[in-house]
Design a protein around this ligand. Structure first.
Ligand code: ZN
Length: 204
């Protein structure tokens, strides 16, 4: 330490030496700032987020229970439920509804409801732009009617609950922007309402 102080003192006596010293000091300050900034900024960001998030409504991800969660984040309006549900004014819409319709604004993010592997990511018959996820044990979920160009996963990709899949749209046999959420067990569509309720995620 004594030697470095002597060197610093000697450097401070010359013009070039002072420039070197100032340079070294500036680098030390930069390095300290670099280390300290995340330590201060991260707790601040976390505190800010906690302060602005309404209770029970996450800002960026849907509510989850265990390994499963809602395919939409926050509030949505219920469309058609499962079963016989003709759509007034829509001749091409099926009367026997195989899924559960949930609507937010056009372009709202749609999330994977559970962990699995993507088996469809694109146009899929009357479902329009669609993502299908194979969860294993004969369980498949379908996310239909997505916006053009919005699908953000690829076939073969592994997803977990809350992985963004695409955006709510009006493609395929659809009558206004909504998510057609469908659950299949052994290739048979089952009612998503009791299925989700059993996972602690009641659909309203
Ligand atoms: Zn539907």
């Amino acid at each position: 330490m004594g030697a470095s102080v002597t060197v610093a003192a000697a450097l401070a006596n010359t013009r070039t030496g002072r420039k070197v010293l100032i340079g070294v000091l500036a680098m030390i300050l930069l390095a300290v700032g670099f280390v300290l900034t995340p330590l201060v900024a991260i707790p601040l960001a976390v505190a800010g987020q906690a302060a602005t998030a309404p209770e029970g409504v996450p800002l960026t991800a849907p509510k989850a229970s265990g390994e499963w969660g809602y395919p939409l984040a926050g509030a949505y309006s219920k469309g058609r439920g499962f079963g016989y549900n003709p759509v007034e004014g829509c001749g091409f819409c099926s009367t026997d509804h195989k899924g559960y319709d949930m609507a937010q604004a056009c372009g709202s993010t749609i999330y994977a409801a559970g962990p699995g592997r993507v088996i469809t990511a694109g146009a899929f018959y009357g479902w329009g732009n669609t993502v299908r996820i194979d969860h294993g044990d004969g369980l498949i979920t379908i996310y239909g009617h997505m916006e053009w160009g919005s699908i953000s996963v690829a076939v073969g990709e592994t997803v977990t609950v809350g992985t963004p899949l695409g955006a709510e749209g009006n493609t395929g046999k659809s009558f206004g922007c909504h998510l057609h959420y469908e659950v299949l067990q052994d290739d048979v569509s089952i009612d998503p309402q009791p299925f989700m309720a059993a996972l602690g995620l009641p659909l309203t």
